[in-house]
Design a protein around this ligand. Structure first.
Ligand code: HEM
Length: 418
């Protein structure tokens, strides 16, 4: 009988690791029944995860893309635009989109964002400090980990400062469960984002800025991206870039708050040690729990007796691969030392994926974490000491297999806890 998995189970969302560890004992990939009545292969072994992500016999094109029904409402049309993005494509379409996008996402352009990221972070740290003064407590997800990546994507897309608050509100709304907000708000937010990005593209065509998105709009190589592709790209950059980075910052914050010895080592160790904290948080917390779904285009023998049939749904579980005990000793321990320059030279984690779809924003995500963590938790922070004001085992996590991170992170000034 197949193992059944209910990704909506809050206990699984909070701590899926025992489940993945158990599944791995049955083999590096296993077929499971999902609570929605479908079944899928979950890849939990590190080596096999990387193999699958680099193997063209696994397709990223959603099976229903060909015969998708006509969108029948503005909100569904907006969602439909997002679905055209490059993570949903295979070579050669993907190769063309990726080449054009990589040409705009140069390391130089990403690194040039550092002063703005520092400025935005400083403003958010001040906001956290104000909340602590006013209310005695603050939620680090709401006040810090969520707004920072959204504001940074605003920089990437060249969204004028006056429109940033709208971008933040719509992003928050489209990311919320439909029943958590007044009826219709989620749909209205989708429609607003769609209309906003449409006019942003028109504006960038008329008056390019020095932002990264303007470079994409004006890249004429290979005919450039058409307006539909640009719209999908704007949505993809927003969604691929904000919740993942939010989870990285929130999870790294939680790990530092619950590992005071590692926080002390980071405070003494300088930028290289903060970078090691970010790297180990990426491995340990896997902000993207699983990649996007793949489908086998033919039968694939993964070795170790695992043969995937043709047309199977496959999910590479990065969270499981990153804790494969055959690759990472003491996989459940948070030990930034494994990524320190003088450390153990741990294997690269798989948090940004692997192969042709390897995360395009990895440099930006690392930069954000390497700026945000020391500015909030470092010895020079304007909030010298923070303490978690909740039982870490009781924090809520978003259900599902795609993204993973705490939804709330209540903190107080150390000394005022309890
Ligand atoms: C901690 C933060 C992040 C994590 C953990 C992460 C992780 C990933 C992973 C695992 C993939 C591959 C998914 C797959 O193969 O199905 C991916 C793809 C992608 N990511 Fe990220 N990401 C992060 C931040 C960002 C940011 C900040 C951006 C951009 C602003 C971004 C843009 C993208 C894009 C465009 C792709 C698609 C690449 C392609 O299809 O070729 N990501 N990301």
């Amino acid at each position: 009988m197949l193992d059944t998995l209910d990704p909506a189970d809050p206990a699984f969302a909070r701590d899926p690791y025992p489940y993945y560890a158990r599944l791995r004992t049955t083999g590096p990939a296993a077929r499971v029944a999902l609570a929605n009545g479908t079944d899928a292969w979950l890849v939990t072994g590190y080596r096999q995860a990387r193999e699958v992500l680099a193997d063209p016999r696994f397709s990223n094109v959603p099976p229903h893309a060909a015969g998708r029904p006509k969108p029948d409402s503005p909100a569904r049309r907006a969602r439909g635009c997002l679905a055209r993005h490059m993570l949903n494509t295979d070579a050669p379409d993907h190769t063309r989109l990726r080449r054009l996008t990589t040409a705009a996402f140069t390391p130089r352009r990403v690194d040039a964002l550092r002063p703005r990221i520092e400025q935005l972070t400083a403003e958010l740290v001040t906001d956290v400090a104000d909340r602590l003064t006013r209310w005695g407590a603050a939620d680090l997800v709401d006040a810090f980990a969520f707004p920072l990546p959204v504001l940074v994507i605003g920089e990437v897309l060249g969204v004028p400062t006056a429109d940033r608050a709208d971008l933040r509100t719509w992003t928050y709304q489209v990311g919320s469960p439909a029943d958590a907000l007044p009826a219709g708000s989620v749909d209205r937010a989708w429609t607003s984002l769609h209309a906003y990005f449409t006019s942003l593209i028109a504006e960038k065509r008329r008056t390019p800025g020095d932002d990264l998105f303007s470079a994409l709009v004006h890249d004429e190589a290979e005919g450039g991206l058409d307006d539909g592709e640009l719209l999908a790209m704007a949505f993809l950059l927003l969604f691929a870039g904000y919740e993942t980075t939010m989870n990285l910052i929130a999870s790294a914050s939680l790990l530092l708050l619950t590992h005071p010895e590692e926080l002390a080592a980071a405070r003494q160790g300088g930028p290289a040690r903060w970078a090691a904290v970010a790297e180990e948080a990426l491995r340990h917390a896997s902000p993207l729990e699983g990649t996007t779904w793949r489908r086998t285009t033919e039968e694939v023998d993964l070795g170790d007796g695992v043969v995937l049939p043709a047309d199977a749904s496959v999910l590479v579980v990065l969270a499981a691969a990153n804790r494969d005990p055959g690759v990472f000793p003491e996989p459940d321990a948070f030990r930034p030392g494994r990524y320190a320059a003088s450390g153990e030279r741990a294997a690269p984690h798989a948090a940004f994926g692997h192969g042709p779809h390897f995360c395009l924003g990895s440099r930006l995500a690392r930069l954000e974490a390497e700026v945000a963590l020391p500015m909030l938790f470092g010895a020079d922070s304007r909030i010298p000491a923070l303490a978690l004001a909740a039982d870490p085992a009781g924090l809520p996590y978003r259900p599902g297999l795609l993204v993973r991170g705490p939804r709330r992170l209540p903190v107080v000034r150390a000394g005022s806890a309890g």
